[in-house]
Design a protein around this ligand. Structure first.
Ligand SMILES: Nc1ncnc2c1ncn2[C@@H]1O[C@H](COP(=O)(O)OP(=O)(O)O)[C@@H](O)[C@H]1O
Ligand SMILES: [Mg+2]
Length: 341
């Protein structure tokens, strides 16, 4: 059921293409997009986007430019919301700033794009791929990202795809959340008596774009979109979602960074099996995988990865508990120094 678009989303965004855009940009090293962004190289992207590193010739600095494929009106609705949601939180600590958005002529036609400042070290996925667990890094990431995510929730945006690929590494202790590509509006937040707080899902889930000839009944398109291994069980099973899906994604991310492993077994393309692992088995306690992890972190991730959204702590509580864990570790280190002295 669609509700009124809240004012906060009414940023001016580039107009939708008037015909489907479904091909490759065809852009290569040295080409200019929109007469302003000089392409340097491709960055990892999914089937509906193409992302490049580029140089902004107006500001003379490196950026990331993301082009959207819009094969149907449903996809265009998602792109609209991605742009509005990102604009709504741009400038918050822990969110990559949105520099500009526009329309560029590419081999695929007139294509919408958005530009963010380049994070020099790439994504958290790039940085941690060949590393084992790192508790300190997990705490730093959590302490930077959680306030940004909270700001998104306060603007009634649920991100729904928190994972290392969508966290950018600006510096060794500076991280920024990006990619509102599957975000959804939160409805009834903080309005007493107006019904349960849940996600609006006014946008049907994105289907497999390769096999989507055109727009049909949105209910046809309901299928899991997200990332197995990080997605909350209610997302996987297409049950009603609340903003607490982001606490699950955040905790799966911090667990992965701290231990080097995902909290639950998951098989690519097997959402139901993954769902069963989540609801039938709790995660392996994080300290079993990394002996330097304190019980307080085990407890936080265990609650945050609960199949019951009500058991997961609020983002505000996560911020407080991450700081407490940080201090606990610092106190232990001081103690150790005393013993060694
Ligand atoms: N500002 C940026 N700086 C550095 N790398 C980026 C930036 N934006 C995106 N990337 C890289 O491109 C990838 C895809 O971008 P993302 O916005 O997540 O698009 P998609 O919707 O295709 O997942 C990211 O996982 C990251 O590796
Ligand atoms: Mg992404």
């Amino acid at each position: 059921m669609a509700t009124q678009t809240p004012e906060i989303y009414s940023f001016e965004i580039p107009p939708r293409p008037d015909r489907p855009v479904d091909g490759e940009t065809g852009l290569a090293f040295g080409d200019y997009a929109d007469d302003r962004f000089r392409i340097v190289r491709s960055l990892p992207s999914n089937s509906v986007t193409e992302v490049f590193e580029a140089t902004d010739r107006v500001q003379a600095d490196p950026v990331a430019i993301k082009f959207f494929r819009e094969p149907s009106p449903v996809v265009s609705q998602h792109v609209d919301f991605e742009l509005r949601a990102h604009a709504a939180v741009s400038g918050e600590t822990g969110i990559v700033p949105l520099r500009t958005m526009g329309v560029a002529e590419t081999a695929a036609g007139l294509q919408r794009y958005m530009v963010t400042r380049l994070a020099p070290r790439g994504s958290l996925q790039d940085v941690t791929r060949h590393r084992g667990g790192d508790l300190d890094l997990a705490l730093s990431v959590g302490q930077r990202i959680t306030p940004g995510l909270l700001a998104a929730h306060q603007r009634n945006v649920a991100h729904r795809d928190i994972k290392p690929n969508n966290i950018l590494v600006v510096d060794s202790d500076e991280f920024e959340l990006t990619d509102f590509g599957v975000a959804e509006p939160i409805k009834n937040r903080g309005r007493a008596g107006s019904g349960p707080v849940e996600l609006d899902m006014m946008l049907p889930d994105l289907a497999d774009f390769e096999t989507m000839p055109d727009y049909r009944d949105p209910s046809d398109l309901k299928q899991f979109v997200g990332t197995l291994g990080y997605a909350a069980p209610e997302t996987i099973m297409d049950a009603p979602e609340t903003p607490q899906v982001d606490v699950f994604g955040l905790m799966a991310t911090l667990y992965k960074v701290a231990t080097g492993k995902l909290p639950f077994k998951h098989e690519a393309g097997m959402p139901v099996d993954t769902y069963l692992h989540i609801i039938e088995e709790g995660p392996v306690p994080a300290h079993v995988l990394n002996g330097s992890i304190p019980l307080s972190f085990d407890q936080l991730t265990k609650e945050g990865l609960s199949p019951d959204p009500a058991v997961r702590p609020s983002l505000g509580a996560v911020i407080v508990r991450l700081e407490a864990i940080r201090q606990e570790i610092a106190a232990q280190a001081d103690q150790q120094d005393l013993v060694l002295a």
